[in-house]
Design a protein around this ligand. Sequence first.
Ligand code: FPP
Length: 262
Amino acid sequence: MLARKPKLHVDEAVLKTCTGPMPKHVGIIMDGNGRWAKGRGMPRIKGHHEGANAVRRTVESCRYLEIPHLTLYAFSSQNWGRPQDEVTGLMTLFDVYIKKERQRLIDNGVAMRMIGDRSRLSPGLLRAVEGLEDATAHNSDLILQVAVSYGGREEILSAVKAIAKEISDGTLRAEDIDEHTVSDHLYTRNIPDPELIIRTSGEFRVSNFLLWQAAYAEFFVTDTMWPDFNEVHLRDALNSFGSRERRFGLTSAQLSETSEEE
Ligand code: FPP
């Protein structure tokens, strides 16, 4: 079967200036929607709506660049504590996004998966999320993980509980636990760790995002507020990543010895 050509509305001229090498997984802490709106005298929810357009641009840009995995931090476990109207507005926005973007995601070969605590979503939103996951499950060009009701500590805690249960059930021995055991009990099982994490709005914080998985991630912080994030900012982050030497705890000399041997 011929692969369908994706319909991507992206600034190709800018994306063509990405120099590589590309990360296999990019995570983004989308921050600054509220400040973007406040700076324009608008309600915070308007910033989130504009942020949804930046989500579409970014998803399509990653698809264009053939980056296989993208994780977007849309709503943290702690965000449930925001004013009720903002929480409701965000949940409605996720629902609208799912309905509006469904066909485009399918046509563009994107598989959407939610990571986070599903038990806190309304039954209607959960149905919409699971419907989109099912409809895109066969896609593999870009795996888009959307973190909703997500917290890195909460995720690790739930992995620890699941592992403890397997030990008490006798299906796992404590001495056999290794890093893979933990990774395999996270929402992100089977997904490579993020190599690049981008945060917008100039804040230098991890904010409970992919705590286990980010162990060797490169960070890129831009002052740009999320609703303004576009191909230029993504290109700059990717080119910065491409220019870094990733040492994984080794020395530069050791790394060049390894690459000479290859
Ligand atoms: C952080 O900005 C942003 C959020 C808590 C929500 C992110 C949601 C979107 C980008 C909407 C669309 C998402 C999807 C997946 C359709 P903030 O509100 O904390 O900004 P502030 O720090 O300026 O107040």
